[in-house]
Design a protein around this ligand. Structure first.
Ligand code: 5GP
Length: 194
């Protein structure tokens, strides 16, 4: 088991509805030492790629992305913002993202000032479930003409379709922990061998 899998076993809580709660160390209270280990591991896995920017989505991707950026030479971090209004003035890239946890759809926007065809992007997020958040970020990169060099995820729920969908699109996706199955009644979590 790697460091993140061990932490999930120690502090993660399996909820009904296929939700893994990791708010004591990942997406509410944040363990910065752990984020640093994650950053070092992503830097090892994506070594040699010309990454000059990290793109994530608010809110829970931001903290991780900022620490990961330090392991890629302090590249800038851009986060897609959830917006109520549809911006039609042409200054923003926009995508619709269905939220797995909130069961609604958000417009997410990135200013054209901060992403363009010269960018080589690493996408970062805390969770991968159905892949909607990543598909939104990928479509924003496509619109900008930016190159998606890789995708780094903390926790992939391997029993949901997002991982397969994104890998079959040809992207290099690295998840630090892949949950193969989990049981809300027993609290049992099984990880995929990597
Ligand atoms: P997707 O778009 O891949 O369906 O879901 C990814 C997003 O939903 C992540 O950004 C994350 O915030 C949230 N999410 C999905 N599954 C879980 C989960 O089991 N636990 C938590 N805490 N967040 C999740």
């Amino acid at each position: 088991m790697n460091f993140l899998e061990e932490r999930i076993i120690k502090d993660g809580i399996v909820k009904e509805g296929n939700i893994l709660k990791v708010d004591s160390f990942l997406n509410h209270q944040m363990d910065i030492g752990l984020f640093n280990e994650m950053g070092a591991e992503f830097a090892r896995r994506f070594d040699g790629l010309p990454i000059n920017k990290i793109l994530t989505i608010e809110a829970s991707g931001i903290g991780i992305a900022c620490i990961v950026a330090e392991h890629f030479g302090n590249v800038p971090v851009v986060f897609a913002k959830k917006s109520q209004s549809v911006n039609l003035d042409g200054e923003m890239y926009m995508a619709d993202v269905a939220s797995f946890t909130h069961k609604n759809t958000n417009h997410v926007i990135v200013s054209k000032k901060f992403l363009d065809s010269s960018d080589h992007v690493l996408l970062i997020d805390d969770f991968l479930a159905n892949g909607c958040a990543l598909q939104g970020l990928i479509s924003i990169c496509d619109e900008a003409g930016a190159t998606v060099e890789g995708i780094g995820i903390a926790v992939e729920k391997g029993f949901q379709p997002g991982g397969e969908k994104i890998r079959s699109m040809g992207y290099r996706l690295e998840s630090l922990a892949i949950v193969e199955s989990m049981d809300a009644k027993t609290g049992n979590i099984i990880f995929r061998e990597q």
